[in-house]
Design a protein around this ligand. Structure first.
Ligand code: ZN
Length: 136
């Protein structure tokens, strides 16, 4: 496993427009991309902070993962995404080591990244996403 940097921090919000206004007006971070990811039942907004991004996540369905997260725990940090290389090999290695995976094979996330989530029960309570830019 080799992790290069924190790709993004995912933050669950109730209202994407209000959250974007806060990040833009109060923190001075311009939103450069808004994207819906139907498979994950979210709308996302992205902000660059150095080479790391903030990904705001608004649920489009109360039964989706972000909808349930907000219902149970309220708004807040939802996951940390690490940029890595050889994503499938990394997942296989983790599985061999007994770490449970939400995604055993990568799937497409926002911004055309290949992504996979590890199970938070095996990652000390933090939902960890590994991602790989297929263009690299
Ligand atoms: Zn993410």
């Amino acid at each position: 496993m080799k992790i290069n940097h924190i790709e993004h921090i995912g933050i669950a919000v109730r209202n994407l427009e209000q959250a974007i206004a806060f990040y833009e007006k109060q923190l001075g971070l311009p939103c450069y991309n808004i994207e819906e990811v139907p498979e994950q039942k979210v709308r996302t907004a992205f902000f660059k902070v150095g080479q790391t991004k903030v990904e705001l996540l608004e649920s489009t369905d109360p039964e989706g993962p972000i909808g349930k997260f907000i219902e149970n725990r309220g708004e807040g940090v939802h996951h940390i995404a690490f940029a890595t290389e050889g994503l499938q090999d990394n997942l296989d290695e983790l599985a061999t080591n007994g770490i449970r995976l939400i995604d055993k094979t990568p799937r497409k996330g926002a911004e055309n990244l290949d992504i996979a989530f590890l199970h938070p029960k095996d990652t000390l309570g933090v939902l960890i996403e590994l991602c790989e830019n297929p263009k690299q």
